[in-house]
Write a protein that binds this ligand. Structure first.
Ligand code: GMT
Length: 375
């Protein structure tokens, strides 16, 4: 098949999933065309089967807001015609599903029919999409998609609760290439980060309010009072300064390392002993899955799709949002004894195997074929 993928090209989970999906589809022999405003960060290798088409939006002084949706839908029309694309897969409803639908309609004028698959990722539904300013357009574009998927059952339920949706929503969970993550690094360079006796605790996110990064600091503070430990925070975002300040207030600034954005998260996870994800909302929690696939147990909140990913008492523990005392207690249960930690590390990889690329990508392939056949 020839598949066009529209996504955000940034470090965000939806862009990462879309990029990994494109890479996996190309490996399965499909031709994949990424159409977005910048080459996706995780798309290092373009190949005979992977193409990138940039959407440029020329700035014009009359426009207070530059019309990206218009440029995207025009680019989609051109690329579908030029490369004879069979199916359009848009990740993140806003504004991709809307632009995709416009492209579909323009193509129909020329008697070209192409199905559109829309994947809902989370904030496009629970945060941004639910805003009254966007809701009618988001509802419309979901209902006009030929196939709708969501990354967890929880997100499907949220979508049906918050929007008036007439379409069936297929749950296709996010996935991970276990073989890529769970490689036994011979040299993790752990000693660069911490002393031998210290446990390494990690948090990776876009450091937005919804991630409750201050809870990460609170949990770590309680842990480091009981056992020697270091915290590594990966990512950039609006909560960073507040968290740095909180660390100074608590006098733990020398034990916390803010690393900024990194394209080497796998290397950081390689020497991590525990992953913290106490989010307010999380449709899936790809970062938790990445940690588990690297053999890192997870302490998380029990919000959204996290309980579909993190298995209580097996790959880690889940607590109510904001219950930092319980999260710290559970962390210590895992970290205090070497044997227990070893057991949880092994179990984390086992739990991640459910979401291996090889199991999930065929679900998308099947939906594409059905959508093409039903035209
Ligand atoms: O919040 C993020 O981490 C970014 C956000 C995005 O838009 O990319 O992530 C959402 O999609 C990810 C991939 O499907 C999910 O793993 C995240 O749970 C989801 N974030 C939220 O629901 C808050």
């Amino acid at each position: 098949m020839k598949i066009a993928i529209v996504c955000y090209p940034t470090f965000g989970g939806s862009g990462v999933v879309a990029t990994e999906l494109g890479i996996a589809l190309a490996a399965n022999g499909h031709e994949v065309h990424f159409i977005t405003y910048k080459q996706p960060v995780k798309l290092e290798l373009l190949s005979r089967k992977i193409f990138f088409h940039e959407v440029s939006v020329p700035t014009y002084p009359l426009f207070h807001f530059q019309p990206y949706e218009l440029a995207l839908s025009s680019k989609l029309v051109d690329m579908v015609k030029l490369h004879q694309i069979d199916v359009l897969h848009v990740h993140y409803a806003i504004p991709h599903a809307y632009a995709g639908y416009m492209a579909k309609k323009m193509l129909e004028e020329e008697n070209i029919h192409i199905p559109m698959v829309t994947t809902l990722h989370g904030t496009d539904i629970t945060l941004v999409g639910n805003h009254p300013f966007y809701k009618p357009a988001v509802t419309f574009s979901i209902n006009k998609s030929d196939v709708v998927t969501s990354v967890s059952t929880s997100l499907k339920e949220d979508t049906l609760r918050l929007f008036d949706i007439q379409k069936e929503i297929h749950v296709v969970p996010n996935f991970i290439d276990i073989s890529k993550y769970h490689k036994p690094y011979t040299d993790c360079q752990r000693e660069m980060m911490a002393e031998k006796e210290e446990r390494i605790i990690t948090h990776v996110s876009n450091l937005r309010k919804v991630k409750r990064v201050t809870d990460v600091i609170e949990i770590f503070d309680r842990i480091q009072k009981k056992i020697p430990a270091k915290l590594i925070v990966v990512g950039e975002g609006p909560e960073k300064e507040k968290c740095e300040k909180l660390c100074r207030q608590k006098g733990i600034q020398n034990k916390v390392l803010f690393m900024g954005n990194s394209s080497e998260v796998d290397k950081i996870l390689c020497f991590s002993d525990l992953f913290l994800l106490p989010s307010e909302k999380e449709s899936f929690g790809l970062a938790a899955l990445e940690a588990m696939a690297s053999g890192v147990p997870v302490i998380s909140s029990n919000t959204g799709g996290l309980s579909e990913v993190n298995q209580e008492g097996f790959s880690g523990y889940l607590s109510d949002i904001g219950n930092v005392d319980e999260m710290a207690e559970n962390a210590l249960k895992i970290l205090s004894e070497d044997e227990t930690l070893k057991k949880f590390k092994k179990q984390a990889v086992e739990a991640a195997r459910v979401f291996d690329t090889k199991k999930i990508v065929p679900l998308y392939e099947k939906l594409y074929s059905q959508a093409i056949d039903s035209l």
